[in-house]
Each structure stands twice: as structure tokens, then as C-alpha cells.
Design a protein around this ligand. Structure first.
Ligand code: 7RM
Length: 653
């Protein structure tokens, strides 16, 4: 098969949708053409029409876009609505008994939750939040396992206008503490624990640790009983989910908020310092998730939609908790590792629950590919009609495997480029129309004005010439700011071209057909298993260790993870023999795990007497990246202050 893939690649083959798929797809070529034309001719009017047809408004809007304070854009600002009403209530008249959520736990426990039940549970929990003093605009942190209650908690916040900030359950107590403090959150929703890889994830214990050193904004902790193992409950602060909801009504009038009311914050890594709290709006954000559910995921009433992302990431917000529910779909939710009891787990879940649309990350595909074709071949995957990927560029070999072994050449693959900041897919094929190429996310969607520009901001028209990926026009699901840090919003996204373009931080090229190929990040952001991590975050964690003086972290290409983290460390004491020290490396790895979370642990650590620096003292990470990938150094090293360090770093000394 491998030779097969190679030759296909050399041919640069296009994969047009099958006639079957194209014929039943909701968007055909003519419709797509019309959408592009409308968007091109009248950007605002295009989005206004969609906002009117796709969202249920309490008070309709008259003003589509306010650019008076650009780059702070306001969409549909005089309209009022409620996101939870849009995701749940509006489906009740004809879909009350339709399954909204199919859940399976790692141990095989399953639940089906109908829209009527989701409505009751969301309302009851919203009433519980109100009973604990939470009101519109208050921040609520959610630190939960991947269970339906995580979605219910998000929807309940949306129902009363509270702003949620979901913290991935794999993050450490430290990371949780930072996020609670940054948002001055009043309430934390967590669980006693979660299940993963046959072990209990100690969420409550981590929450307790975080709260020891948190500021005093946080008053209340609501704890879901999931694992039922022993945890400590602090009197006056902690309350079980069942007690918090006891006797409360399963009706809760939604709080009608302004279109621009913040729906949530989600922290994401940038090039410097601490993670940024990306702020998303209510109406614009939801609209982005809805249109992409229709255009990219070709949403159909009988779909079983499974996006494998955790709700702790943007993908789990837009394509688990909000988008699929807003279109009245049925989602699949799995709590657990993809390897339990074996690497066939995802395929078993697809077979058992008749998943029709499957959306995951290239890193997961590569990991599953490694276990061979026999594993997926044991399962009936015939229910699947559409496949998706997100998080990083997919290598053509993994694409071909996905296409052949999982999709049996029948299913289109939607490679979706987007970011925490963009809220929804921006570049992705419309699967019934656009022919795909392995490794390319194809074309920008209608109304999304993506471009590749040079360092002066001029559009690059030469095919295959790399440049900066930018967005030329505002779009409804764009971020609204960085929580509490106006300067960073401008500097990170708009400063480079004087507020003219949104700068995504990726480099990209467009080929002869105008297809986008994402080349990588332009800043010091790592992409480990599809998750963003700042080099600075990991470096700060390392230097916080008493043995470490200085650290530099780079990504090294990794077959499964995309990028693995390699750390160069200068110790207070002498450099260990040969630049390696297995015991200390283990200790530093656990240390970073505690400070940030397991995904941030360096795969490897090299000890050096010094780091390569410019005369002005800047660490030359680019050089370290070259060394880490084992390539020959071709860069100019004459500006290095200490050129001799290179031999040591290369392990030649
Ligand atoms: C959704 C998500 C965003 C960064 C982004 C890119 C990379 C995401 C793709 C991709 C190539 C893709 N949000 N990225 N999707 N690169 N092809 N289809 O991942 O905020 O966590 O990360 O991820 O570098 O800027 S994120």
C-alpha cells in the first residue's frame, strides 16, 4: 500500500466527491457558487441573511456590522437571543424525543439523552447556578471529564448569560489556578474524577490544590459524582451536583442577552508568557458553528455526529457542545482513551452507535494507523459517510490511510483549518463539491476572506510561494478580544499590518488551483498532538525548578504527535556527562506535568553549559530547531555570542 500512496502523491491526484455523495449532499456546485458570489458582492448582507435564517432571535437585529472601533468588530449588535435556547428549546416542538447525546464511557456504560431530557437537565442545572448566586456576566470555570454533564454545564451557563471558561481535564492544578484567577471566576464545576486509560483522573484533588492558592473570587465548587471514589468535600464551599440541583425546577426562562454578550472564554497558547483568554460572542460565534455544520459537515437530520475532541478545546466547543446541537443533530460522546481495551475502540464505537460523520485529529489517525489495517477491518464502518480532520496539517500517508481503510474510498475527507480565535472552520472543502488533495485544507469558505500575503502585506499571487495567512474582512465567529488584555489582542493579531488584517500566526501557500496548504506557525508555538503550547509556557515551567537556570524548548518532528517537545536546559550545577541525565530528566518531565499538564512534558531533555544566543541575548530557537531535527546547520551563525556551544548541543562533544 505504501508504494501505492507514493505514486498517487507524485500524480498529485485530486479526489472528487463520489457521485453518490455529491447527489445527496445539501450543497451542490450551483448553490456553493451562489454563496461565494453573494459573499463576494455583499459581505455584510450575506452574513445578515444567514444570521436571520439560521438563528432564533428574541429581538431581531437591524445593524449587521459595527466597525467603528475596529479591530473590535460588533456583529448583529442590537439583536437579542439566547444560545441555549437556540441549541435546545427551538428543537422541542418537533424533536423532543430525538436523541441529542449518545454517551459511552470507557467501561462501556452508555446513556441516551433526548432533547427533552437535555432541556430539563440544562434548566435544572441553570437554576442551581442561579441558586449559588451566579448571574449574567459572571465567570464560571468548568473542569470536567468528557461526560454529558460537561455539555449540560456549558449550556446552563449560556442559558443564564454566565461566561464559561472550560479548562481541559488534562491540565494541572497550576494551570487551573491561573485560569480561575485570570478570569476572577466565582464558581467552579468539576467532578470527583474522570475515567481514562483504566485509571481515575483526579479532578477534585487537582481542583482542591488549585483552590489552595487561588484568589478569593471563587466561592463555590459544584462536584459531579462520576467515579464515586473518595474525595474531600470542603464544608461551605463544595456541594455535590445532585444536592445543588435537588428539588429545583426543570424549567428555566433563558436570559436574553445581546448578540455580543460573551458566551465563553477559552485559554490558548501564544508566543509569549501566559495563555490568552480568547473571548467569543453569542450570536456571531453560534452562527459560525451552524453554517459550518451545514456547509462542511453536510449536516443531515439522521446523522450521528462524532467529533472526538474534548470540550476543553475549541473543537469540543464548536463541534460537540454547540454547533451540532444548534442544528438539532445527534452527537456521540466518549469518555476514555482510544486504546481501551485496544486500538479498535474508536471503530467499535462507530460500529455500535452507527456513527455517520467522524471528525478527529491527524495525530489520532497516525496513532491508529500504526496498529495496522486489521484492527479497523474487524469492524463494520459502513455507517460512516464523511470524515474530518483538524488541528495540524495531515501528512498524505495518514490521509490516504484514512481515505482507504476507514472511508473505504467512499467518504470525502474534510480537512478543516481554523483556530480557537476563529471560532469555526474557515478553510475547508464543501464535501459534495470540492475535490480534495491529501494534505490541503482546500479553499476558504464563503464569507471567510482568507489570503496569503508577504511581509509588506501584499497578496502573494505566485502559486506555491509561501507567506502569512491572514483574514481580510471581519467574520461573525471571530474572537472579540483577549480577556483583560487589550494590548495583547492588538499585538498578537492585528499589529503586524496596522489593524488591516487579522494575522493567524500560520504560514501558508496557495497552489495553482488556489488551494491552501498550511506550512506551520510563524511564532514560537508548538503543535503537540494537535494542541497548542507556547514554548515560553514550557520554558517558564522548567526554570521554575530549583535545579534549572535556563531553558529553551523547541518542537521536533514526531511521527505520531506531529511535534514532540525537546528541551535544552542549563543547570545550576555541572553539566551531566554527555549532556544526558535520565533521572533528572524524569524529574523535570513530571515537574512540567505538574505545572502545565502531561501534554507539555518534554520528550527529551539535553543539558548544556549554555544556550546559543545572539549578542543581544536572544536565544536562537530557529537554530535549536535545526539541531533538534538532526539537520545540518546552514543558517548564519556569525551573530552567535558563543559559537562553540553548537558542537555540544549537537552531541558532538
Ligand atoms: C481548531 C484548532 C490552531 C492552529 C492553527 C494551525 C493548526 C488547525 C489545521 C491546522 C493545518 C489544519 N484550534 N491547524 N487546523 N494546520 N491544517 N486543518 O486546532 O487554536 O488549537 O490551533 O492549529 O497552526 O493556527 S487551535
Amino acid at each position: 500500500m505504501v508504494q501505492n500512496i507514493d505514486s498517487i502523491l507524485q500524480e498529485n491526484r485530486l479526489f472528487p466527491p463520489t457521485a453518490d455523495f455529491a447527489n445527496s449532499a445539501s450543497i451542490n456546485a450551483a448553490k456553493l457558487q451562489a454563496l461565494y458570489q453573494q459573499a463576494e458582492e455583499h459581505h455584510e448582507g450575506f452574513w445578515a441573511e444567514l444570521a436571520r435564517s439560521e438563528l432564533a432571535w428574541k429581538k431581531p437585529f437591524n445593524k449587521t456590522l459595527n466597525s467603528d472601533h475596529a479591530p473590535h468588530y460588533r456583529w448583529f449588535e442590537d439583536g437579542k437571543l439566547n444560545v441555549s435556547y437556540n441549541c435546545i428549546d427551538r428543537h422541542l416542538p418537533d424533536k423532543a424525543d430525538k436523541t441529542a447525546i449518545i454517551f459511552e464511557g470507557e467501561q462501556g456504560d452508555t446513556r441516551h439523552i433526548s432533547y427533552a431530557e437535555l432541556h430539563q437537565e440544562t434548566c435544572r442545572f441553570a437554576n442551581a447556578l442561579k441558586a449559588q448566586g451566579i448571574a449574567s456576566g459572571d465567570r464560571v470555570v468548568i473542569y470536567m471529564p468528557m461526560v454529558p454533564e460537561a455539555i449540560i454545564a456549558m449550556q446552563a451557563c449560556a442559558r443564564i448569560g454566565a461566561i464559561h471558561s472550560v479548562v481541559f481535564g488534562g491540565f494541572s492544578a497550576e494551570a487551573l489556578k491561573d485560569r480561575i484567577d485570570d478570569a476572577s471566576a466565582k464558581l467552579l464545576i468539576t467532578a470527583d474524577g474522570g475515567h481514562r486509560g483504566g485509571k481515575i483522573v483526579e479532578l477534585k484533588a487537582a481542583a482542591d490544590k488549585a483552590l489552595e492558592s487561588c484568589g478569593d473570587s471563587l466561592q463555590t465548587v459544584i462536584v459531579l459524582k462520576r467515579t464515586a471514589h473518595d474525595v474531600t468535600m470542603k464544608a461551605g464551599r463544595d456541594i455535590w451536583w445532585t444536592d445543588a440541583t435537588q428539588g429545583l425546577s426543570d424549567e428555566c426562562e433563558p436570559v436574553w442577552v445581546d448578540a455580543e454578550h460573551p458566551l465563553f472564554l477559552l485559554y490558548t497558547s501564544g508566543s509569549t508568557g501566559k495563555p490568552k483568554g480568547i473571548v467569543h460572542s453569542s450570536a456571531g460565534y453560534l452562527l459560525g458553528t451552524i453554517v459550518t455544520m451545514k456547509w462542511v459537515f453536510d449536516h443531515r437530520a439522521d446523522d450521528i455526529f462524532w467529533c472526538t475532541a474534548d470540550v476543553g478545546w475549541i473543537t469540543g466547543h464548536s463541534y460537540v457542545a454547540y454547533g451540532p446541537l444548534a442544528v438539532g443533530g445527534t452527537i456521540m460522546v466518549y469518555e476514555g482513551a482510544p486504546t481501551v481495551p485496544d486500538t479498535g475502540r474508536f471503530w467499535q464505537l462507530c460500529e455500535t452507535h452507527k456513527v455517520t460523520v467522524f471528525y478527529t485529529a491527524p495525530t489520532a489517525i497516525r496513532a491508529l494507523m500504526k496498529s495496522g489495517d486489521e484492527v479497523p477491518n474487524r469492524y463494520d464502518l459502513s455507517s460512516i459517510r464523511l470524515l474530518g480532520t483538524v488541528g495540524e496539517p495531515i501528512n498524505p500517508e495518514a490521509w490516504m490511510w484514512y481515505h482507504m481503510v476507514i472511508g473505504k474510498t467512499r467518504c470525502p475527507i474534510v480537512d478543516t483549518w481554523w483556530q480557537t480565535e476563529t471560532g469555526a472552520n474557515m478553510i475547508a472543502p464543501v464535501p459534495g463539491v470540492v475535490a480534495t488533495k491529501p494534505g490541503s485544507c482546500t479553499r476558504a469558505l464563503p464569507g471567510m476572506a482568507l489570503d496569503v500575503v508577504d511581509e509588506e502585506g501584499n497578496p502573494i499571487t505566485t502559486p506555491n510561494k509561501g507567506g502569512l495567512l491572514v483574514v481580510r474582512k471581519p467574520w461573525p465567529s471571530m474572537l472579540r478580544g483577549v480577556w483583560g488584555d487589550e494590548a495583547r489582542y492588538i499585538e498578537a493579531y492585528w499589529g503586524m499590518f496596522n489593524n488591516r488584517y487579522y494575522v493567524a500566526g500560520d504560514s501558508a501557500r496557495r497552489d495553482e488551483d488556489g488551494y491552501f496548504w498550511i506550512m506551520g506557525r510563524i511564532d514560537d508555538v508548538l503543535n503537540v498532538s494537535g494542541h497548542r503550547l507556547g514554548t515560553m509556557e514550557v520554558e517558564s515551567a522548567l526554570v521554575a525548578h530549583p535545579a534549572v537556570v535556563e531553558a529553551a524548548v523547541v518542537g521536533r518532528p514526531d511521527e505520531i504527535k506531529g511535534e514532540a517537545i525537546l528541551a535544552y536546559v542549563v543547570l545550576k550545577g555541572a553539566r551531566p556527562e554527555g549532556g544526558k541525565d535520565a533521572t533528572l530528566t524524569q524529574e523535570l518531565r513530571s515537574w512540567v506535568g505538574e505545572q502545565i499538564g502531561a501534554i507539555a512534558k518534554p520528550s527529551d531533555i539535553r543539558y548544556a553549559d549554555n544556550l546559543p544566543k545572539t549578542r543581544s541575548g536572544k536565544i536562537m530557537r530557529r537554530l535549536l530547531r535545526t539541531i533538534a531535527s538532526g539537520e545540518e546547520i546552514t543558517q548564519d551563525t556569525s551573530t552567535l555570542e558563543n559559537e562553540t556551544i553548537l558542537l555540544q548541543l549537537q552531541g558532538k562533544e
